[in-house]
Each structure stands twice: as C-alpha cells, then as structure tokens.
Write a protein that binds this ligand. Structure first.
Ligand code: ADP
Length: 301
C-alpha cells in the first residue's frame, strides 16, 4: 500500500517509528508536511500538491496533526478524504477532539465518567461556578494548554477565584474541574486502536506535583487496567470517532474518569514503558481498514 504520514517533523520519534514499521511491513511510506501541501478545490477532481508534484494514488493517510496546526492540518486531511483516500482518523474527529468543551459535552451525553467540570465566559458569577463544581480544592485549566502548562491546582475558593479572574483577564478560555485527589498525582494513558485498548501506562508526577505529564518530570510504568477502565477508554475513543487515540483517565473514588482524548498520541513514552510495537499495530490496522472511499465522513464538514 501507499501510505502517507502527515507530520510536520520527520525527525519525531512517532513519525520515524510509523515510517520504519510501514516499510518493514512492505508498504510504500511517505512523510508529508501538511503545511507544505497546497490544494485545488473543484467539484470533479480535488487534488493535493506537494513540492511541485501532485500527490496521487495514496491508499491511506495517518494524520499526526499537532494542536498548533489543527485548522490547516484538518483541511489537508479533509482534502484527502474528498479524494477517497482512507484516513485512519477523520478530519471531523480530529477537530472535535481539539475542542475540550465539545469533547467533554459529547462524552457526558453518552454516559462516560468525567470529573465534575464547569466553564463560563464571564467572571461575574465566578463564586457560584466554584460552588457548582463542589468548591476547593479545584483544578483550573486553560482550554488551549498542553503538556500540563496552564493546569493549576487551587487549594482554596479564594485562590480559585483569583486564578480564574487572572486567566480571564488575559482573555484565556478556561474550565474548572473537581480535583481528583485520590489519583495521587497519577493518570493512566490508554492507547486505543480500532475498538481495543492495546497498551496502557501509568504516569506518576514527580514528588509534590499533581500533574503527571512526562514533560514535567513524571515517570511512566506499565498499567494493568480493570475491565471498567478498558471499556471506558475504548468507548470514549469510539464516541469521539477516533480509530487511533490516547485516552487519559484518572482513577477516582467514583470509578475511572476521562480527562482527555488525544487524536495524535505519542508513541515514545508508551512504547518504552510497555515494550509494545504500537507503530506496527497502527500500520496493520490501516492496511486492514483502508479501502477507497471508506472514510465515512467524506465530504462532510
Ligand atoms: P494537558 O492536556 O496540558 O496535559 P491535563 O488536563 O491532561 O493537561 O492535565 C495535566 C495533568 O494534571 C494530568 O495528566 C493529571 O495528572 C493532572 N490533572 C488534570 N486534571 C486533574 C483533575 N481534575 N484532578 C486531578 N489531577 C488532574
């Protein structure tokens, strides 16, 4: 098969691993920088061009679209879908996963356990919002934050109010969340391919840190999941419409709660923690699923 990996940086571990695994399995692999693609939009014959050439005869693409290029990146994915090329994660699902409020609303509607979460545009009734989510201690998060930046633990209602007002003063969008203290600074990353959790790791924040992000000095180890955790993660990915996803869970007193569903989950941390070849698993999934025009949302916004 001819498979394109849409990635800005061919030196990234995940991009490299997917490329090598694909070649090893006998596929023709290409790494395409989505920001360098240009496109024609026409009723009859939509095309994607790259470095002076038309990208033709691709059987499948694997989007690895970073959060900072969601807008243009998903337009490129959509264009491939319009050409009938199978995309392992569809453009609509990627866009959906990038909007935290929309994702949490979708998951809540389908009965997935979530930390009690509140959000508001105006700061006029901040005290009321704090009470609605159960009061301090609370986690305040920037909607656009990644790698734990902009995730703040407020231990008192007064601190929560100040943080919310400071963020809103900077015109940042935020959400306010129940603090899952019993998770003890750890979360669980479940790696989903198709409808199965194929690997899971526990990330533990360094001492005195409630955020478990590896970028913040957290450490990773293999995690053994309960059946409930397994089914929650698989369902969350399905609800989002993602075939490849990283679902982040917290172990709360009221069962597993989903924090986030990531549409371009990194391979490095989880492959080394679990010793699993996830890159080959993704390629095998793609080669089983890819058929011309299979992308269900083809043509839809
Ligand atoms: P990012 O997407 O920037 O990584 P997260 O929402 O995943 O932000 O939060 C970063 C880390 O903070 C999580 O991995 C988790 O360890 C911790 N955390 C986030 N929300 C909560 C919460 N409501 N209760 C307890 N810990 C939390």
């Amino acid at each position: 098969m001819k498979i394109g990996i849409l990635s800005r940086n061919q030196g990234l571990y995940s991009t490299q691993r997917l490329f090598e695994a694909g070649e090893k399995l006998g596929h023709e692999m290409h790494i395409i920088d989505p920001l360098r693609c240009y496109m024609t939009i026409a009723t009859q014959n939509p095309t994607v061009h790259y470095r002076g050439r038309e990208l033709k005869d691709f059987d499948a693409i694997i989007p690895r679209i970073g959060a900072s290029i969601t807008f243009y990146g998903t337009a490129v994915v959509r264009q491939f879908e319009m050409m009938g090329v199978y995309s392992v994660n569809e453009s609509v699902a990627i866009s959906r996963s990038r909007d935290k409020l929309r994702s949490l609303q979708l998951l809540a509607r389908r009965g997935i356990g979530l930390p009690v979460t509140g959000f508001a545009h105006s700061t006029k009734y901040t005290q009321d919002l704090i009470e609605l989510v159960g009061g301090a201690p609370l986690v305040v998060k920037l909607l656009e934050g990644t790698q734990g930046i902009g995730v703040v633990l407020a231990e008192t209602n007064q601190a929560a109010e100040s943080v919310i007002e400071a963020f809103r003063g900077l015109k940042e969008q935020i959400l306010v969340q129940e603090f899952i203290q019993e998770a003890k600074g750890a979360d669980i990353r479940c790696f989903v391919i198709g409808d199965k959790v194929v690997a899971a790791m526990k990330r533990q924040g360094k001492q005195g840190e409630f955020r478990s992000n590896l970028h913040r000095g957290g450490s990773a180890s293999i995690a053994k999941l309960t059946p409930e955790e397994r089914s929650t993660a698989a369902r969350a990915a399905r609800i989002m419409g993602l075939n490849v996803a990283g679902v982040d869970l917290l172990r709360s007193n009221h069962g597993p709660v989903v924090m986030e569903v990531n549409s371009s989950p990194g391979l490095e941390g989880i492959e080394s923690a679990t010793q699993k070849d996830l890159a080959s698993a993704i390629i095998n999934y793609v080669s089983k699923q890819a058929r011309p025009g299979k992308t269900r949302t083809r043509g839809k916004g």
